[in-house]
Design a protein around this ligand. Structure first.
Ligand SMILES: Nc1nc2c(ncn2[C@@H]2O[C@H](COP(=O)(O)OP(=O)(O)OP(=O)(O)O)[C@@H](O)[C@H]2O)c(=O)[nH]1
Ligand SMILES: [K+]
Ligand SMILES: [Mg+2]
Length: 365
């Protein structure tokens, strides 16, 4: 039996197994098996050219956004509208066959936007160019999942399932489970909170499915068996996702209003350039980028050319992006802005910055 058939068999067995107390261990083991086979599917096949030409686009700029969607939802139209790059758009499906990068310039940041071929159900198992597209999605800082508003939410659910199947978790945070494999000592299990979805026995069974007999496992949250499997598998990526409903020029205002109120959704019309400013603003927010303005002593801050950093960046990150050598001679910094109680405030190298902070770095002589 090939891996695909094995996956199919297990999926069927999970579907026909009733969920209750008596079957929950069995289901946990089945899910672990499924995760194992799926990860085998993702391993490189060894054949040259498998990756697909044109998909290895260099990362550039301050962040990377991947456009994922069914064929002909308007991905290329969006890229051509928001960037200086033209990507052919047409009414037939699979117009785009490779990865086309463009650059969005927004608030002083360069955001790389990747137009990709449309993907279809079964993409995660290698249908169409699904696997290459998904590999690119894994490397992105944000997924824009584009849906044709006239086709309904089924597109969104199908695509989310395809990405889930290959370990991409959208709008989810890493499970609070500490897991470390050991050489000996058996399985040490602990929980710092009450567990309602899993117990020690199931943890053992899932670990055994992975042939892990020595490990330390600490649950810090009330996690599920699926989340434990994610942590053991280790190759999961957690990426924010915006659901962009395109072609709102084709539906009623009531429908537009309904869709606009769904979670993480943005409604647009690429053809008619409707609401694209809001899409850019939401993209910026999801990427949680920071603009840091530098200031020299006795001079006004330089508001023309911000340093762009990731949310959570510290003074140390600021130093590095100015010059590698600065950290060695860093004495303290003066910061004006939202990250401080008063302005300016004298801070150390580990101080966490906020968007639009102004910084002056003082070095040892
Ligand atoms: N009515 C309407 N049509 C649109 C809109 N945006 C794009 N289209 C049309 O939808 C069709 C497909 O657009 P593309 O940009 O090629 O779609 P795609 O998602 O890149 O398609 P593939 O590359 O084939 O996956 C074209 O005929 C576009 O003109 C929109 O906002 N409204
Ligand atoms: K198309
Ligand atoms: Mg296209």
């Amino acid at each position: 039996m090939g891996i695909l058939e094995k996956i199919g068999e297990i999926e069927k067995e999970i579907a026909r197994t009733q969920k209750n107390k008596a079957t929950e261990y069995h289901l946990g083991v089945l899910k672990a098996k499924l995760a194992k086979y799926r990860s085998q599917l993702l391993e490189p096949q060894g054949k040259k050219g498998e990756k697909g030409e044109g998909f290895d686009v260099m990362k550039s700029g301050d962040a990377r956004v991947a456009l994922i969607g069914f064929p002909s939802v308007g991905k290329s139209t969006l890229l051509s509208t928001l960037t200086n790059t033209q990507s052919v758009a047409a009414s037939y499906e699979f117009t785009t066959l490779t990865c086309i990068p463009g650059v969005i310039e927004y608030k002083g940041a360069n955001i790389q936007l990747l137009d990709l071929p449309g993907i279809i159900e079964g993409a995660s198992q290698g249908k169409g160019r699904g696997r290459q597209v998904i590999a690119v999605a894994r490397t992105s800082d944000l997924v824009i999942m584009m849906v044709d508003v006239t086709k309904g939410e089924v597109q969104k659910d199908l695509l989310t399932a395809e990405l889930e199947a290959v370990g991409i978790r959208l709008n989810k945070k890493k499970p609070g489970i500490y897991f470390k494999q050991k050489k000996a000592g058996g399985i040490k299990f602990n929980a710092t909170c009450a567990l309602t979805k899993i117990d020690e026995k199931m943890v053992q069974m899932i670990l055994h499915e992975y042939k892990i007999f020595n490990a330390e496992v600490i649950f810090r949250e009330d996690c599920t068996p699926d989340e434990l499997i994610d942590v053991i598998s280790g190759n999961r990526v957690y990426i924010p996702c915006l659901y962009v409903y395109n072609k709102i020029d084709q539906v009623s205002i009531e429908e537009v209003d309904r869709v606009a109120h769904l979670g993480n959704s943005v409604v647009v019309s690429c053809n008619m350039k409707l609401n694209l400013d809001y899409l850019l603003e939401r993209t910026w927010q999801e990427l949680s980028l920071l603009r840091i303005y530098t200031k020299k002593p006795g001079c006004a801050p330089d508001f023309s050319d911000p340093i762009i950093l990731r949310g959570g960046a510290s003074v140390e990150h600021v130093c590095h992006s100015i010059h590698r050598s600065i950290v060695a001679v860093f004495k303290y910094a003066l910061v004006w802005g939202k990250s401080t109680k008063f302005s300016p405030q004298r801070v150390g190298i580990h101080h966490i910055m906020c968007d639009e902070d102004v910084i002056q770095i003082v070095t040892k002589k």
